[in-house]
Design a protein around this ligand. Structure first.
Ligand code: F6P
Length: 554
């Protein structure tokens, strides 16, 4: 799979014809260098033609091996695959998650349009607005000290306990928006490894620590064990009532949160039609609101909302999420590249790749189409990444000279927050652009050889050195550039990636809103935990698992 557009999977002949034409375009592209697309009359305008913008947010996909004809085919693919219709179904609250049988309305959490959003004929916006108001009142009160610690005094630290979608988004955003922090310090506890809880308990003082338990289901075993451990830590210092006074919860299961001891007015709920990995716009974003305050949080929401409007209203050919998705489809399905790297040249986006990994891989790591049939071509690629310039000293070797081609997505701000360190930013940006250029242009054996000759090398030595030092180039990248990483821009970038994943799923015909692939491991872990607790080897396991259990328990 992934080599070309082999078997048409759709009943639609038109769609099959587009996939087939894309396969032919891929064969031509494999004989062509990306850099050549910048030559000639069309080439001079390529940057403008292969860029799209939302205000200062620029998406440049000119350094991909897509020519004008191929771009038209990709747009036809989006059209024939029904992207526009799928998009409307999602925004209007139809059941787009067909296995959980519910809508996917994370966009309603950031809907600042004043227009209603209906589920089963009922406008859900009043409830969302009321929860947002309560979040804001709570965040303001914690930040001002009005909501105080049990023994009096301000909460100085907040521990947010949650995992996956209940952690990655807010953690990524808290780091990204550090310059806007003026509230309590925020810490995240996700891993069930006791090392993580121990770190929190060693470093913080229970007397001044507020604990948020964030779990959509309020049953995730790792989160619940961490929550029990941290609650016991609070209680050992403050007693039971004191511990409860230091708790708040974010969940769709308010009953379970109440049972855990969280006071009613500290439970912030959201509907089950908000997917965990898309939930940071509502109560799951509470740690971000505590850190940066309600007004900056609103700017973040505005960014998401404006990207929603752009996604919903802009022509496909100008539509940032659509174009980013089409580049992804081209690389994954036509060129056969199995992964994509996200390299933010913005230090505070250090957790962005980890966040997108969940949004992308949990959403689109699927083998079945919506109707249950097996997909006929590859779906979500492996997503990974590291911030630049660090990445240049770790992963760049493979990106430039490895046998596998990895399309790279560079993310970079025109300006940093550190006005006094402008020299750093200039060097950062120069490195970002240089990486993209080097990936595309490479360096020929001849030019390397000339250089080596100039330095006195000749014969076998020269040939050996030139072979190792040359770069094939012709490796694609996309660059996303914006003025500065402020709350509004972060909101736009997050929504851009969310919608990109949705568009790719619509083209593949898969449901990007469920995650059945994580369930089996959970069940087996429960069974094995019971064996470990009882110290009994199970009979019904494979030899390797039994051997490892035996070794563990001996
Ligand atoms: O990893 C599976 C998953 O269900 C994710 O989809 C989700 O974000 C995470 O677990 C946490 O779930 P919860 O918020 O219910 O604790």
């Amino acid at each position: 799979m992934g080599d070309d557009a082999k078997a048409p999977e759709s009943a639609s002949d038109e769609l099959a014809a587009v996939w087939s034409a894309l396969g032919n375009a891929g064969s031509i592209a494999r004989q062509r260098r990306i850099a050549d697309l910048f030559e000639g009359e069309d080439g001079a305008a390529r940057f403008e033609s292969w860029s799209a913008a939302h205000g200062d947010l620029l998406l440049d996909w000119s350094k991909t091996n897509v020519d004008a004809g191929t771009r038209d085919l990709l747009l036809a693919l989006a059209d024939k695959a029904g992207v526009a219709k799928a998009r409307e179904r999602m925004f209007s609250g139809e059941i787009v998650n067909n296995t959980d049988v519910r809508p996917a309305l994370h966009t309603a959490l950031r809907n600042l349009s004043g227009h209603p959003v209906c589920v089963d004929g009922k406008d859900v916006m009043p409830e969302i607005a009321s929860t947002l108001r309560r979040m804001r009142e709570f965040a303001d009160a914690v930040r001002s000290g009005e909501v105080a610690a049990f023994g009096g005094g301000r909460f100085r630290d907040v521990v947010h306990i949650g995992i996956g979608g209940s952690q990655l988004g807010p953690e990524m955003a808290c780091l990204a928006l550090e310059p806007y922090h003026d509230g309590p310090r925020i810490h995240f506890l996700a891993n069930v490894d006791g090392a993580s809880a121990a770190q929190i308990m060693d470093r913080l003082d229970p007397a001044t620590t507020l604990v948020l338990v964030a779990s959509k289901s309020f049953t995730t075993p790792e989160t619940m064990l961490n929550a029990r451990t941290i609650r016991a830590w609070l209680a050992s210092d403050l007693g039971d009532d004191g511990a409860n006074a230091h708790l708040a919860a974010v969940s769709s299961a308010d009953g379970l949160a109440r049972e855990f001891g969280v006071p009613d007015d500290r439970i912030f709920g959201f509907a089950d039609w908000v997917g965990g990995r898309l939930s940071m716009w509502g109560p799951v974003g509470l740690p971000l609101m505590l850190a940066i305050g309600g007004s900056d949080f609103r700017s973040f929401m505005e960014g998401g909302h404006m990207m929603d409007r752009h996604f919903r209203e802009a022509e496909l050919s100008e539509n940032l999420p659509v174009l980013l998705a089409l580049a992804g489809i081209w690389h994954a399905n036509v060129m056969g590249y199995g992964s994509r790297a996200i390299l933010p040249y913005d230090h505070r986006l250090g957790r962005f790749a980890a966040f997108v990994q969940q949004v992308d891989m949990e959403s689109n790591g699927k083998s079945r189409r919506m109707d249950g049939s097996r997909v006929a071509r590859d779906t979500g690629p492996v997503v990974w990444g590291e911030p630049g310039t660090n990445a240049q000293h770790s992963v760049a070797q493979l990106l430039h000279q490895g046998t596998r081609i990895v399309p790279v997505e560079f993310i970079v701000a025109r300006r940093g927050h550190e006005a006094g360190l402008a020299a750093h930013h200039r060097m950062l940006v120069a490195n970002c652009l240089a990486q993209a250029e080097a990936l595309m242009t490479g360096q020929s054996r001849e030019s390397v050889a000339r250089d080596l000759e100039g330095r006195g090398l000749s014969g076998a030595d020269l040939r050996l050195q030139a072979a190792h030092r040359m770069f094939d180039g012709n490796r694609p990248s996309i660059t996303i550039m914006y003025d500065r990483l402020d709350p509004y821009t972060l909101g736009r970038i997050v929504a851009l990636y969310e919608h990109r994943v949705f568009v790719e799923a619509a083209i593949w015909g898969i449901n990007c809103f469920d995650q059945w692939g994580v369930e089996l491991g959970k069940v087996l872990a429960g069974e094995l935990l019971s064996c470990i607790d009882k110290g009994r080897l199970p009979d019904d396991r494979d030899g390797s698992t039994r051997g490892l259990l035996d070794s563990l328990m001996s």
